[in-house]
Design a protein around this ligand. Sequence first.
Ligand code: HEM
Length: 361
Amino acid sequence: MLRALFLSLLFLALQSHSVNAYPGFHTLLWDLHGHIARQVAADSGPSTILLADLAEKGVTTPVGRTIHDILRGNTTAIVDPSVTYTRPDAVIKAGLGGLDHPACGTDTCCIWSYIVPAMVDAFSENGGTRCSALARSAIRIGFHDAARSENRGLANIADLILSWHSEFSQYSPNPPSVADLIQVGAIVATVTCPGGPRIRAFVGRPNFPKKGPAPPEGLIPKPTADPKTIIAMMAAKTFTTTDLVALLGAHSVSRQFFTDLEFAGFPQDTTDGVFDTKFYAETDAPSAPVGVYRIASDVALAGDPMTSALWKNYSGSDAATQSRWTGAYASAYVRLSLLGVANLNGLTDCSGVLPQSKALP
Ligand code: HEM
């Protein structure tokens, strides 16, 4: 019941141009209090805590098995390049009218094979050599679901997600939910950034009912928060420090606009729009490179005894470091993308529709 109420919030908020809840962090807190996941994230290595029905009832489907293995750290969250999606024959034969074809409506991933290219288009910039401002927002919106003030700068991506929702809802008996559009959007945005991993994409998150109370505020860590607070907030959502440090690498593509108005538009490393490890080394350096704005909490975590070794683990610029980081990022992101979803066994794996990763420049 509470979950349903929380789920309704993003939809309402998106409609009013603020981004205000996907079934993620708030719901997971409820899950924790509601005894679905009782463990607290341990601090060594990636989290292995199971979520939702996988914790309660175990694995009942092949997709449930895949998600279980990712959450337990037994399998990679990165999709092999050989995994691709082919539309049903009847849809291919229908040519331009394929999206309207009933065979597309009954194949869950088919509609996504039309949505994803629209996303790639919006998320690419400069001939594909970097990802766009909308891609950065899409990655951020996958994480943030909190109060209005914490979501400044996300109105454009919220608009775009809603426009995809109404455009593609016409075509399918099972139209994509806003929650799926947000999480698949974040995953597509990530792989559109050069260097970004091709993270497994599961769909089938429920649609939101239209009424519900406002979510509690302050559940998203603030850039002024100290490491202990941020670590505790993430642990309450099943993430370890290993996961946190890997996830913060998303700031490798990012820019800040509202944290410090004097430096509005400044990136967090010298290669924003590219998913590389420069962010880690540059955040840990004695001073910021010219033109880079470092977020206070990132600098604090880079230097804190609880996280500095993890931070240094990603501070190299070689291929092995990149692959270590993107692997850890993908695992932690799949967990994040599934928070608050009750029926993980009931999701569909549509990873094949994702574009291939792009090499770093
Ligand atoms: C956990 C602690 C985190 C803190 C304190 C934090 C803080 C911030 C801040 C202050 C900004 C700049 C906002 C602005 O002034 O415009 C930002 C941007 C961003 N954050 Fe985070 N963040 C955190 C975690 C994450 C995670 C886990 C992700 C994704 C997985 C993420 C993705 C992004 C992205 C992509 C942007 C850039 C948006 C753009 O360029 O328009 N952040 N974050």
